[in-house]
Design a protein around this ligand. Structure first.
Ligand SMILES: NC(=O)c1ccc[n+]([C@@H]2O[C@H](COP(=O)([O-])OP(=O)(O)OC[C@H]3O[C@@H](n4cnc5c(N)ncnc54)[C@H](O)[C@@H]3O)[C@@H](O)[C@H]2O)c1
Length: 320
C-alpha cells in the first residue's frame, strides 16, 4: 500500500483554478442533495493561534484537514494559515495521500468566494475590491478573474508594503493600491483580514455591492459593521459555523443580528432551492467560514492528477 507525499510545491503545480471552481461547486451540490457527512469543524484554541480539525466524506472521497491560523507567523516568514490533508481510500480507509493544504486552502477559498459572487453579485460586475493583501488575496483575484470580466481591481492593506508588494507582483491585471474606502467602493468586495475590529462602514457600501466576508473564521473576528449585515441579504456557507465563528458571530452574540435573518446557505442557492440575486440594488454578503467539503473536493483533484502524472514520491505507511 503506498501513500503519496505531496509537498506544497507539488500541490501548487497540480492546482488549476477553473477545475477547482468546478470541483467546489459540485461539492456544494452534493451537500444540498444530502450526500455528505461533515460535522462542524472542531477548534483547538491556543495562546499563539488556533488549530481546526475538518473531517469529511463526500461521494468517492474522504479525509481530514488539520489547519492552523497563527497570525504572528509572517514575522517568522511562515504563512499565517498552514494546512495538511490526509486523503483516505473510501473503500478501505487506508491513507492514499498526505498533502500540504496551505495553497489548497487559498485556492478553495478563492473558488468558493467566486462561486458566491457568481450567484450573488450583479452579472455585469467589473470592479473588484480586495482588503488584506496576504496569502488569500491572490487566489481571490484569480478565481474572480475566471468568473468576471474585471476592468479594475483595487487593493488595500493597512500594511502599505504588503499592498504594494501584491500589486507589484501582478502586472498582468488592472490592479492598483487604493484607500480602504475606495476598495469598498467596488461591485464585488473581498475582505481577507484577521481583524477583530469592524472596518467596512455602512455608508461606504453602495447599493448593488456584493461582499465576500472571508477573514472572520473564528470567534471574536469581525470585518463588517453590524449595520452592513442588518441591511443586507446574508448568505452563509454553514449556519452553525457562521453563527459561532464567522462574520456573524460577534453581531449575533451582541443581539445585533439573528440566525433567522440569514437568507440562505450557498448550497441552497447553487442548487436552486433559493434564488440568488434578483434585485440590482440589494447589498449581498456571503459569510465564508470555510468547509471541509471544499478541501476534500480539491484534494481529490490533486490526488488524481498526481497519480496520473506518476512522478511523486510515496511511502508504505502500513509497512509492518
Ligand atoms: N473563510 C475561510 O475559508 C478562510 C480561509 C483561509 C483564511 N481565512 C482567514 O482569512 C484571514 C487572512 O488570511 P491570510 O492567510 O491571507 O493571512 P495573511 O496573514 O497572509 O494576510 C492578512 C493580511 O491582512 C492585513 N491586515 C490585517 N488586519 C488588517 C486590517 N484591519 N485592515 C487591512 N489589512 C489588514 C495584513 O497586513 C496582511 O497583509 C485570516 O483571518 C484567516 O484565518 C479564512
Amino acid at each position: 500500500m503506498s501513500t503519496l507525499i505531496l509537498s506544497r510545491k507539488s500541490v501548487r503545480e497540480l492546482l488549476k483554478m477553473p477545475d477547482v471552481i468546478n470541483a467546489v461547486e459540485e461539492a456544494f451540490r452534493h451537500w444540498s442533495e444530502g450526500k455528505v457527512v461533515m460535522p462542524p469543524k472542531s477548534y483547538l484554541i491556543l495562546e499563539q493561534g488556533d488549530f481546526r480539525a475538518m473531517p469529511v466524506a463526500v461521494p468517492g472521497a474522504l479525509g481530514i484537514k488539520w489547519v492552523s491560523v497563527f497570525t504572528e507567523n509572517p514575522l517568522r516568514r511562515l504563512p499565517t494559515v498552514i494546512g495538511t490533508i490526509i486523503y483516505n481510500d473510501p473503500a478501505t480507509g487506508s491513507p492514499l495521500a498526505i498533502m500540504d493544504a496551505t495553497d489548497l486552502t487559498a485556492y478553495r477559498t478563492g473558488a468558493t468566494s467566486a462561486l458566491a459572487s457568481r450567484y450573488l453579485a450583479r452579472r455585469n460586475s467589473s470592479t473588484l475590491g480586495i482588503v488584506g493583501a496576504g496569502a488569500q488575496a491572490y487566489t481571490q483575484l484569480l478565481a474572480h478573474a475566471e468568473v468576471f470580466d474585471l476592468k479594475s481591481i483595487r487593493v488595500y492593506d493597512y500594511s502599505r508594503e504588503a499592498a504594494e508588494k501584491f500589486a507589484g507582483s501582478l502586472n498582468e491585471y488592472p490592479l492598483r493600491t487604493t484607500s480602504l474606502q475606495e476598495a469598498i467602493d467596488c461591485d464585488i468586495v473581498c475582505t481577507l483580514t484577521p481583524s477583530r475590529q469592524p472596518f467596512v462602514k455602512k455608508e461606504w457600501v453602495r447599493p448593488g455591492t456584493h461582499i465576500n466576508a472571508v477573514g472572520a473564521d473564528a470567534r471574536g473576528k469581525q470585518e463588517l459593521e453590524p449595520s452592513v449585515l442588518a441591511a443586507a441579504t446574508v448568505v452563509v456557507d454553514d449556519i452553525v459555523q457562521a453563527a459561532s465563528a464567522g462574520e456573524l458571530n460577534m453581531p449575533i452574540s451582541k443581539g445585533l443580528f439573528r440566525e433567522e435573518d440569514i437568507y440562505a446557505t450557498l448550497s441552497d442557492v447553487i442548487s436552486g432551492k433559493k434564488n440568488g440575486r434578483n434585485d440590482d440594488a440589494a447589498v449581498t454578503v456571503f459569510d465564508c467560514t470555510g468547509l471541509a467539503i471544499e478541501d476534500i473536493a480539491v484534494a481529490r483533484l490533486v490526488y488524481e492528477s498526481a497519480v496520473s502524472n506518476g512522478r511523486y514520491p510515496s511511502v508504505d505507511l502500513l509497512e509492518a
